[in-house]
Design a protein around this ligand. Structure first.
Ligand SMILES: [Mn+2]
Length: 341
């Protein structure tokens, strides 16, 4: 993963030096990789290049990921301050999208970004990069995360060493997308981690914040779902439905169900796991699979979504896809039974 000497790096360097107001975007419901890469980029732009850099996300940052956000790097979210976000996007001379392959992943921000005259750069690891909106694209699907891709891009941009806060954010983003080195790990991923830890990043702190800092309610919800909510189908697929009722009963906050969809895959013989989470007018759908079964195709074909081969997501709308939330289980079972024969 060496971008040194590449024409795209040269172009990025020129665009960065010619820009002052730079806005870093990522996708809706920003996860650890979206935030880790955004923060890594933001700190690089501020501390190394001295730019007016701001991170901008479509939705508020989940409480359990707040620790990624450093002081001194502004982050705005569109739900909380739409007018300021509109102004910021309109007044930017460079816009970067991280951890999203398509401008549509920013949902409500899409028309604002489309209308802006800023130069636009995409840095992402999902297949099918949006070259229509982004004339400059760094897209590598054979990599752990947007955070890792950005690490190699920033290394090529230089100068070395990169600020420690930037490295720490990238390490955090990569750790969440690989589920702590469990999936999507490449030789370059270990090299990145090794270099960052050697540079002084605190991996114990990252692990402590990500995996040993949950609220009791979240742990109890996982127990209840595993005992009573998990449905196993005879074709090696599994699903769980988080209804509004159970989310309310356990006082579950944004981000706190992260990881639940992976649990059924720990069972031998289960090759695909699906989680439905009730939202306003739709279910958010998360899908994880083992090698050889495509989570991406299932999301594309049945849930208006997409993603990675073994980790994808989408939506199930009511009443468009399913008459009422209560009918979702039957529909999902039929889809899963037909999908994995
Ligand atoms: Mn990612």
């Amino acid at each position: 993963m060496d971008f040194k000497g590449s024409q795209d790096i040269q172009t990025l360097k020129e665009w960065l030096s010619g820009a002052n107001r730079i806005t870093i975007l990522s996708h809706t419901h920003p996860d650890g990789d979206a935030l880790g890469s955004s923060v890594g980029m933001g700190l690089y732009l501020r501390e190394v290049l001295g730019k007016d850099a701001v991170c901008l996300v479509p939705d508020p940052v989940a409480d359990n990921l707040q620790f990624i956000l450093p002081e001194g790097l502004p982050l705005m979210d569109f739900k909380t301050c739409p007018d300021a976000c509109r102004e910021r996007i309109a007044g930017s001379d460079l816009i970067l999208l991280l951890d999203g392959n398509n401008l549509s992943r920013t949902e409500a921000l899409e028309p604002l970004v489309s209308a802006s005259n800023a130069r636009k750069v995409l840095i992402d690891h999902h297949i099918g990069p949006d070259r229509e909106h982004f004339p400059l694209v760094f897209s590598t699907p054979e990599i752990s995360s947007a955070s890792e891709l950005l690490y190699w891009v920033l290394k090529a941009l230089g100068p070395q060493p990169l600020p420690l806060g930037c490295l720490q954010a990238l390490l955090t983003g990569m750790t969440t997308d690989t589920n702590n080195f469990a999936n999507s790990v490449y030789p370059s991923t270990f090299r990145m981690a090794s270099e960052i830890i050697a540079a002084g990043a605190d991996r114990d702190a990252v692990i402590g914040q990500l995996y040993n800092n949950y609220r009791e309610n979240r742990v109890r919800l996982f127990g209840v779902m595993q005992a009573h909510g998990l449905k196993l189908l005879p074709n090696g697929t599994a699903y769980m439905i988080l209804t509004r009722e159970i989310l309310t009963r356990f006082d579950i906050r944004e981000g706190e169900t992260e990881g639940l969809v992976n649990v059924p895959l720990t069972i031998g013989g289960v090759r695909l796991s699906l989680l439905l989470k009730e939202d306003q007018g739709h279910f958010r759908v998360s899908i994880r699979s083992k090698k050889g079964t495509s989570a991406r195709l299932l999301a594309q074909e049945h849930f208006h979504g997409g993603g990675h081969e073994n980790a994808s997501g989408g939506k199930l709308y009511f009443p468009a896809d399913v008459p009422t939330p209560g009918d979702a289980a039957a529909l999902v079972e039929a889809i899963l039974m037909q999908y994995c024969r």
